[in-house]
Design a protein around this ligand. Structure first.
Ligand SMILES: CC(C)(COP(=O)(O)OP(=O)(O)OC[C@H]1O[C@@H](n2cnc3c(N)ncnc32)[C@H](O)[C@@H]1OP(=O)(O)O)[C@@H](O)C(=O)NCCC(=O)NCCS
Length: 272
């Protein structure tokens, strides 16, 4: 079933609306019973996403649409005027995050968004949420182990060629141009996801808005399902008060998605 979706890319304070044609696999949308299991089958431990982070990070993913009934009343207030699609993705993210937190011993906690939309995690914990068509996921860790964490998942090929230059710097486009033509959409999607993951990792630490061209991503291990990338900044950014750049991130292709993760182990962080 073909469906249209709108991906909103924020760049240089402009918002670019990108029309995507997505094919949502039927089995990712099938409702699964959630009775009497922990975690419920709809909230699976995610091996693919777990592989992006140190072992102490807990990951949960959901392949079916979110359910507004999963929201706690104080969370529902934040999406009371939102579209059903937005309510569902917000609820799916909260359900994934709550399930991951439960594994760390934190139960039934409300996850409110701050005014800038970042989730407010329980004291002593840190996490990151992502959603795209057919997938929602959250990763969570204890703050004593992980100082900062960012997760992003995208559908491969979602960024269309007309916005590649918005996402990629010249050196990144140079690398993409050396690849076989049929690999380029996946490569640009990886660059996009890596930048979004880095952004989500750094923002809660320093509150700094970054443009796509403020970051430069060097992909290692291209051609493999999983690999690493090095993220560096092309201007002075506040994140370097907490960790050195370039910082290594990890990626995984798990059809039809590519996901990227960036984290800063607490031990590697500079004194607060
Ligand atoms: C934060 C942002 C990167 C998320 O992008 P998105 O297209 O909505 O992608 P995802 O679905 O993967 O992630 C959304 C989740 O990220 C989390 N999030 C939102 N703002 C965040 C922030 N400032 N810091 C950390 N996490 C944030 C939220 O949990 C959100 O889900 P929710 O609203 O349901 O809770 C994007 O909205 C944004 O603010 N971009 C501006 C900066 C940018 O993109 N620069 C280019 C890259 S350097």
């Amino acid at each position: 079933m073909m469906r249209a979706a709108i991906l909103t890319l924020h760049a240089s304070r402009a918002v670019i609306q990108v029309k995507l044609n997505l094919s949502a696999p039927r089995d990712t949308l099938r409702k699964v019973s959630t009775q009497s299991q922990f975690p419920p089958k709809s909230l699976l431990p995610s091996a693919a996403l777990r592989s992006l982070f140190p072992a102490i990070v807990v990951a949960r993913e959901r392949r079916i649409p979110g359910d507004a009934a999963d929201l706690l009343p104080s969370e529902a207030i934040f999406v009371r005027n939102a579209t059903p699609k937005r309510v569902n993705e917000f609820a799916a993210g909260r359900a994934c995050a709550r399930s991951a937190l439960a594994e760390l011993g934190v139960h039934d906690v409300a996850l409110h968004p701050a005014g800038d939309r970042q989730p407010v995690w329980p004291v002593g914990f840190i996490g990151s949420i992502t959603h795209t068509t057919g997938l929602c996921a959250a990763v969570v860790a204890a703050r004593r182990s992980i100082l900062a964490i960012g997760l992003d998942s995208e559908i491969i090929g979602a960024p269309t060629p007309d916005i590649w230059s918005t996402i990629c710097r010249d050196e990144e486009l140079g690398w993409v141009g050396l690849l076989p033509a049929d690999e380029r959409p996946a490569a640009v999607t990886l660059l996009f996801s890596a930048k979004e993951a880095f952004y989500k990792c750094q923002y809660p630490l320093v509150g700094e808005w970054l443009d796509f061209h403020d970051l430069s991503i060097a992909v290692k291990d291209w051609g493999r399902t999983t690999g690493t990338f090095a993220a560096s900044a092309t201007r002075k950014i506040r994140f370097t008060q907490h960790a050195d750049l370039p910082i290594a991130g990890r990626y995984v292709f798990h059809e039809p998605f590519v996901s990227a993760g960036v984290s800063v182990p607490a031990a590697a962080a500079f004194p607060q």
